[in-house]
Design a protein around this ligand. Structure first.
Ligand SMILES: [Zn+2]
Length: 77
């Protein structure tokens, strides 16, 4: 496991891990949720615009609930 090729792959893998470690918390997610919901209501795909919020919503049930509540409230308005 010390040849240059496997080291290159290991670095690549660590790079990917680092990218995924760059995540936001519930507070930050909540701060951006308004805009995220606005995009969704405008029929736009919010995920590529705000990938960190998207990723947080994918793994946080509490924020996803908040998002869905906000979405349905604004749909009715
Ligand atoms: Zn959250």
């Amino acid at each position: 496991m010390t040849n240059p090729e496997s080291r290159r792959l290991a670095n690549l893998f660590l790079g990917i891990l680092h990218t995924y470690a760059e995540e936001i918390g519930c507070d930050t997610c909540f701060e951006h949720l308004d805009r995220y919901v606005d995009l969704a209501l405008a029929g736009k795909d919010a995920a590529p615009v705000m990938p960190l919020v998207y990723r947080h919503l994918a793994r946080c049930a509490a924020c996803r609930e908040e998002y869905e509540a906000l979405l349905s409230a604004l749909k009715l308005a």
